[in-house]
Write a protein of this length. Structure first.
Length: 379
């Protein structure tokens, strides 16, 4: 019989919606021992959280996350708040013995992340961080191809995450929707928000990085702060470029900006190996580009693999071959894997500990941009 897993969701923004959708959909498509129940939604603004709860079908609301964490009928806490609340909520939830799912990045920096890892490990509670792009079928396929040795020795890992939504100097910082521009709430700018995705995927596909050198820029130095009503210094990085060495000997380059006019969410990676190369682009997320040097020379070239057949990762659970899925499905896949892990008493990656490794890369990047010197990445 299916076991109910009562979810307490904290936050109702973009990610609150993405996760709620995943919980609602997962049992329609995956055969699982657990079924998430949208038990309670929590946010400070009562009217907003009630509207959110009504739309998604949450059974109740709370306006204080501590009251939610204290509730006996909640099994799992999902943290979808701005980054500055991740640590306190996670610590309280671990103390209360709750399962914890936390939106990325794990924390504002490695120090906060370490405390969170200690807390979940001490409490022995299942935990996971929502680095969703690992579960796009074409990205999971990339992992399979690498693990099968099809690329051979890896030489290069190249990745960018480009957006353009903060170019206007009139855009304020802080508060609902714009906390990503407020260093106090976010911790950092594109490094923690966007490069963190690139680093998580890279660590998963290509293994640990050893050291980094980086530069950052803040193009708009002051913005009106929504919470104070005053012009305040902008503390986040608007753009960041990184060079790194991976432990497997390959070289990595990463770039992220919110000032790439014309790009809305252009996340790409390309990996060049001795035998083959692969490339992926979020704007065409169901395709994996693949070049195999072993192909007969007269047909050798870049293949565009449409990752929709039933033998592609996760795709057997969806429609008929050729019909593609999208962004929101990566979250559904992540919940499916997590619930399956719970049923089998197995850890589902990325755990808090895995996400701490990404946090350490971000810390080293920001430290390098500051010191203008190479930085060793903490392990
Ligand atoms: C920022 O605009 C953002 O929403 C990130 O916070 C998400 O993690 C990323 O997937 C898309 O862009």
């Amino acid at each position: 019989m299916t076991k109910k897993l009562n979810i307490g969701m904290i936050g109702y923004g973009f990610m609150g919606r993405a996760h709620s959708n995943a919980y609602s959909q997962v049992n329609h498509f995956f055969d699982l021992d657990y079924q998430p129940v949208l038990k309670a939604a929590c946010a400070r603004n009562e009217a907003e959280v009630k509207a959110f709860a009504g739309k998604w079908g949450y059974e109740s609301v709370e306006t204080d996350w501590r009251a939610l964490v204290a509730r006996k009928d909640i099994d799992a806490i999902d943290i979808c708040t701005p980054n500055d609340l991740h640590k306190d909520i996670a610590l309280a939830a671990a103390e209360a013995g709750k399962i914890i799912l936390c939106e990325k990045p794990l924390a504002r920096d490695g120090n906060e992340g370490e405390v969170m890892v200690q807390a979940v490990e001490k409490a022995g509670v299942p935990n996971m961080v929502w680095y969703n792009y690992r579960r796009v079928p074409a990205v999971t396929l990339a992992k399979q191809l690498i693990d099968e040795g099809r690329l051979g020795r890896i030489f290069h890992y190249r990745s960018v995450f480009l957006q353009d939504w903060t170019i206007s100097a009139d855009l304020p910082q802080g508060g609902h929707n714009l906390w990503r521009l407020d260093a106090g709430a976010a911790g950092s700018g594109v490094t923690g928000d966007l490069l963190a995705h690139c680093f998580d995927t890279a660590l998963w596909l290509n293994g640990p990085m050893e050291d980094v050198t980086a530069m950052t820029e803040t193009f708009i130095k002051e913005r009106m702060h929504n919470l104070t009503g005053k012009m305040e210094k902008v503390g986040i990085d608007d753009a960041c470029a990184v060079m790194t060495r991976f432990a497997n000997g390959s070289l990595g380059t990463f770039e992220s900006t919110r000032y790439a006019r014309g790009h809305k969410s252009k996340y790409t990676f390309e990996i060049n190996g001795e035998k083959a190369s692969i490339a992926w682009d979020l704007h065409d997320l169901h395709r994996l580009s693949y070049f195999d040097h072993g192909d007969d020379s007269v047909v050798r070239g870049w293949h565009s693999v449409h990752a929709t057949d039933h033998d592609m990762p996760y795709m057997g659970k969806w429609w008929v071959p050729g019909l593609q899925i999208g962004y929101e499905h990566s979250f559904i896949h992540q919940v499916a894997d997590f619930l399956d892990g719970l049923a089998q008493d197995k850890v589902t990656s990325p755990t808090f500990k895995d996400a701490l490794a990404t946090q350490y890369v971000c810390d080293a990047v920001l430290a390098s941009a500051q010191s203008q010197a190479w930085q060793t990445i903490k392990t």
